[in-house]
Design a binder for this molecule. Structure first.
Ligand code: NAD
Length: 679
């Protein structure tokens, strides 16, 4: 067997041979609950050896028992000792070591771990209960070491948080390639994945957690704003230049992404009541000014809501308690709710994502740690009750939409087949629409509008202001209602105080809108008007994600069960030289339920970057539009025809011919009758 000394000598980039001081942990800061531990004794040995392979043998005697205890107590080995002391936050890029791209990537990683942003910062969880930057603090340190020394001729390969190494490439190739949670088909299920995660070989990257492009709750505010305002347009006939004045939105969750709901409904000038069981998250949002008030009384919450609806003023009210209790009150008192949704972490209901009715948040954590079977039982009972209440409220006229958290899937898994359109399985979807099916898909994604974003790496608010103004100058507000919404959004963005963490901005844009803005920013960097910019997007986008219950839920040609679009998008972005390219399993809906990818692109002002932007930015979106067009989605067909005309001689998209419904229906009906097939 090769000696550990030869191994140490075989590497120049490695963790130091020094035992770090055990860092202090701030009392009361959010901590992840214990994760499921189902490993056999042999697998546990492997898990321990896996964690120890990051550190020199001399340190094993101290670290092995520490790691063992972490695995038993937390279900994972986090390597807490390797966490740097204090808060980690995205600093101005000059404070990092390395080439500009590598500095930009480090800003993004650290921003994802900021106490202000991260859900469980000590466990490297950025958002969505389990979405992590990487699996442990040894990986974090090693990734940084690689980034600090990498050149423009190298690409860092990161597999589920593990930096596999630097490999030779070119300045027009990505600097970082990331994959997270990808499993071989027969193991692509939560149980097998959980084992892999406990063994330290798979990471749940969510979307921008493991893709390192999270920008705090702002990232989702714009999407939520678009969703609620368009829901109002769709269901209540609100005109394009009107807002949600006098309308009530009831939902739950003030966590990582759900925390955007109060802010978004207020920007749309509507009233929101948001239930949240964890008081600390309410306090955080209240301190940030993202909710205006909070109460533990449903009566007071609805009374305050009515007051503001009557005044026609926006208001975000947090209800400290369980959403099921809030809805029970609304049903009992016959309260009118216009828009209804849920944003608990139902993609992982049994891992703590959904707090069952009857338990406080603290009791939920306690039971999760000590009596998992009972916890699962209570979650199932609560979800069924939740379903019954939503059914009554929608019967009374509320418009309910599933908010991308696998809420309806969770109800089905809890043992309520009535939630399915066909009454027995999920194959034909669920009885209520997902927000993508009704709103986000047809009104935004099919045109290519999606959650484009950027971070001013200098950390200077004046750079963000300059980019806001530049982005606004690239939008024609008279082109489509969506452009008008986006133009108003960016005009008012600073006033709305959206920044938490780095100087970042979210702005829904279509393919060419994104490219024009990107080129404009790069020119500003070139002229020295602003510092470098990291461009990116949420994976939750036109072409970034294949997820039949969410992003691709408005794909009706049967291909919603495939994951080729997200994979092609990832490959194409890598081939075209985006700085950082990621592909994940799971995302917002859980292992095996989606494949999703994203990118980060550092604008350093160079001509090289101009070239990359021209070929990669339209691709990143148009791959999604072209697939939506091929699924016969009308707005995507229109957009593809327009694109073919504009890019004549360079790009070309195949457009589908549309068959006559009567011809097809009649033929199929006749054939089914003739061959005695069941409908
Ligand atoms: P999170 O875990 O940070 O927040 C969820 C919050 O719900 C927590 O604060 C939790 O305390 C609270 N909660 C749980 N059960 C509750 C209950 N019964 N009553 C009241 N509060 C309860 O997760 P997040 O980052 O906010 O994401 C929420 C969900 O939305 C996830 O499933 C995520 O995947 C999904 N999601 C939504 C979008 C979107 O665009 N809306 C996008 C991606 C993902």
């Amino acid at each position: 067997m090769i000696s550990n000394q030869s191994i140490a000598e075989g590497m120049t980039i490695k963790l130091d041979n020094v035992l770090p001081e055990y860092p202090e942990f701030i009392e009361g800061l959010r901590r992840a609950p214990k994760r499921e531990f189902t490993l056999t004794q042999k697998q546990t040995e492997t898990a321990l050896k896996n964690a120890l392979r990051y550190v020199p043998e001399e340190l094993h005697e101290v670290l092995a028992p520490e790691f063992m205890e972490e695995l038993m107590e937390h279900g994972r080995i986090y390597g807490y000792r390797f966490r740097p002391e204090g808060n980690i936050a995205g600093k101005p890029y000059e404070e990092y070591k390395g080439i500009t791209e590598a500095k930009g990537v480090q800003v993004m990683i650290d921003n994802n771990l900021d106490f202000e942003i991260s859900l469980y910062p000590y466990e490297l969880v950025t958002y969505g209960e389990t979405g992590r930057v990487c699996q442990n603090w040894m990986q974090y340190r090693l990734i940084k070491k690689y980034l600090e020394v990498m050149t423009q001729e190298q690409t860092l390969v990161v597999m589920s948080g593990h930096p596999m190494g630097l490999f030779r490439s070119s300045p027009e190739a990505p600097r970082v390639l990331i994959t997270n949670g990808l499993m071989v088909g027969m193991y692509d299920n939560p149980e097998d994945w959980n084992k892999a995660a406990a063994m330290g070989v798979s990471n749940y990257g969510q979307m921008t957690a493991g893709g390192w492009m999270y920008i705090g709750p702002q990232g989702i505010v714009h999407g939520t704003f678009n969703t609620v305002i368009n829901a109002g347009r769709l269901k209540y006939g609100i005109k394009n230049d009107e807002d949600l004045a006098g309308f009530l939105f009831v939902t739950s969750g003030l966590g990582g992404m759900s925390g955007a709901q109060g802010k978004a409904v207020k920007i749309a000038n509507g009233v929101g009541i948001i239930a949240e069981v964890d008081e600390s998250r309410i306090v955080t949002r209240h301190d940030q000014g993202w909710v205006d008030s909070y109460t533990a009384s449903p009566e007071k919450a609805f009374a305050e809501a009515k007051e503001y609806m009557e005044k026609g003023e926006g208001r975000a009210i947090a209800f400290h308690g369980n959403i099921v209790d809030l809805l029970q009150y609304a049903v009992d008192k016959n309260e009118t709710i216009h828009l209804l949704s849920d944003q608990t972490s139902c993609h992982v209901p049994y891992d703590g994502g959904y707090c069952p009715q009857g338990l406080t948040f603290e009791e939920r954590t306690e039971m999760l740690n000590n009596d998992k079977p009972k916890f699962v039982e209570l979650v199932n009972i609560s979800l069924k009750k939740h379903y019954e209440l939503v059914k009554i409220l929608t019967g009374n006229g509320s418009y309910f939409f599933d908010y991308g958290n696998a809420f309806m899937k969770a109800i089905f898994d809890a043992g309520q087949p009535e939630i399915c359109k066909n009454g027995f399985d999920e194959s034909e979807g669920f009885i209520w629409p997902s927000y993508v099916e009704d709103i986000m898909g047809p009104m935004l994604f099919d045109y290519g509008y999606g959650p484009f974003r950027w971070v001013c790496l200098s950390g200077k608010p004046e750079d963000l202001r300059a980019t806001d103004a530049a982005a606004m100058s690239c939008i024609d507000p008279d082109r489509r209602p969506q452009d008008r919404d986006n133009w108003v959004w960016v005009r008012d963005a600073e006033k709305n105080g959206l920044v938490v963490g780095t100087q970042a901005r979210i702005l829904y844009q279509d393919a060419l809108g994104r490219m024009n803005i990107a080129l404009k920013f790069n020119e500003m960097v070139r002229k020295g008007e602003i510092g470098p910019v990291m461009l990116g997007r949420d994976h939750h986008d036109t072409g970034g994600t294949d997820s039949p219950f969410r992003e691709t839920s408005n794909i009706y040609d049967g291909s919603n069960v495939t994951s080729e679009m997200a994979t092609q998008c990832f490959a194409g972005n890598a081939a075209r030289g985006m700085t950082m390219v990621a592909l994940h399993n799971g995302g917002g809906v859980g292992i095996g339920k989606s494949i999703n990818g994203g990118f980060g692109m550092v604008l350093d002002g160079s001509e090289r970057v101009d070239r990359i932007l021209r070929r990669s930015v339209p691709w990143d979106t148009m791959i999604g539009v072209s697939r939506r067009n091929w699924a016969r989605n009308e707005h995507a067909i229109e957009t593809s025809i327009e694109y073919n005309q504009m890019y004549d001689g360079s790009d070309h998209i195949t457009i589908p011919y549309v068959a006559d419904e009567t011809l097809v229906g009649g033929l199929v009906d006749g054939a089914f009758k003739k061959y005695g097939l069941k409908k």
